[in-house]
Design a protein around this ligand. Structure first.
Ligand SMILES: Cc1cc2nc3c(=O)[nH]c(=O)nc-3n(C[C@H](O)[C@H](O)[C@H](O)COP(=O)(O)O)c2cc1C
Length: 327
């Protein structure tokens, strides 16, 4: 980068944290480029899941989460990110051009950046301990900063949502293309992408909310109590690509905020990957007034639960274009 901009080592340090972002099936569907004055984020269409995510919504959410992780990490390193979303009308996969401006990190930015390496997708049962006071308000505010609404699901809405998630699992269970994709992207051992067997609990027949049936699931869930996770639905007023990208940024803000107070989280999108079921969530949970983008499970992992292994990522070299570009 040019004089007056962060050096490449600083940008790469921020990118190393950005790629810790959650992504659908751990596909990591992003590419990055360092320019003279800006860092660029691209959606990588070679990482698409056509049967699972036909309209690339989950991919855009994943890239949005990586964009927010990058902004948080840069801010903690002393560079505030000024994000230009969809900067090139001729290239819909060019998702963001990010300018970096010198800045004094705030304690919140440092705390959220530190949460990046502690966050895990935790698919185990959560305990029934109550939420910290004010927690919902804080998460709603953090999602709202990206134009998203975050709706804690009430008991009545929960029954409807659970039915929809079950219907999605049943439909997907009969869909060979979906199952093929899930099988090649999960049950992994020591690979830098996909969902590792060690992070997916084997299916539990008595569960109210079925988890995605990842292949080869090996995680032992030592919790004996039923799952007491809260459910929240994150939605947006529009459903275009920018809204989906921003929803991913909001998701990242919610997950890192929750991690920062010690809460466990898991993003869920299976029910939203089938258009009719997504419409049911819109009507049944969001009063037909917002587009559901992702469901979040939130709660406390039981104190007896062992720490989860980190899900691997591809090396930065694999997702960073090797040549600087002039911009
Ligand atoms: C858009 C999106 C959709 C996801 N959908 C699900 C899901 O339906 N079920 C699930 O168990 N995990 C889901 N995840 C979590 C990913 O599988 C997880 O982020 C990835 O395996 C990397 O693991 P980590 O989050 O522990 O780093 C989703 C994540 C994102 C960003």
């Amino acid at each position: 980068m040019e004089h007056g901009m962060p050096d490449d080592d600083t940008v790469k340090a921020a990118l190393s944290l950005a790629v810790r972002a959650p992504s659908v099936h751990n596909t990591q569907p992003w590419r990055w480029r360092i320019g003279d004055r800006t860092v660029h984020l691209y959606l990588d269409p070679t990482r698409a899941l056509p049967a699972t995510d036909p309209d690339q919504r989950d991919m855009l959410l994943s890239c949005g989460a990586a964009l927010h992780h990058f902004s948080v990490a840069s801010a903690a390193l002393g560079w505030s990110a000024v994000v230009h979303r969809m900067p090139n009308p001729d290239d819909p996969n060019h998702l963001a051009a990010i300018e970096l401006v010198r800045h004094r990190p705030t304690p919140l930015e440092v705390a959220l950046s530190a949460a990046i390496t502690r966050r895990r997708t935790d698919r185990r049962h959560y305990s029934s301990w109550p939420m910290p006071p004010g927690n919902h308000g804080l998460l709603i505010e953090r999602a709202g900063a990206f134009g998203a609404i975050l709706r804690p699901v009430t008991d009545l809405e929960r029954d409807r949502l659970v039915e929809t998630v079950r219907a999605a699992a049943a439909q997907h269970g009969q869909d060979p293309d979906y199952l093929f994709e899930l099988t090649i992207w999960s049950g992994r051992h020591s690979t830098p992408d996909g969902v590792p067997a060690q992070n997916a609990p084997s299916p539990r027949s008595g569960d109210e909310l079925p988890a995605r049936h990842f292949a080869g699931a090996q995680l032992v869930d030592s919790a004996h109590e039923p799952d007491s996770a809260e459910l929240l639905v994150l939605g947006t007023s529009a459903d275009d690509r920018v809204s989906r990208l921003r929803a991913g940024e909001a998701l990242s803000a919610v997950l890192l905020t929750a991690t920062n107070v010690g809460l466990a989280t898991c993003a869920l999108t299976e029910a939203l990957e089938i258009a009719e079921l997504r419409r049911q969530v819109r009507v049944g949970v969001l009063d037909d007034s917002a587009y559901p983008q992702v469901i979040v499970r939130l709660g406390w992992a039981p104190s007896s639960a062992p720490a989860l292994q980190e899900t691997p990522r591809r090396a930065l070299d694999e997702v960073l274009d090797p040549f600087e570009i002039s911009d």
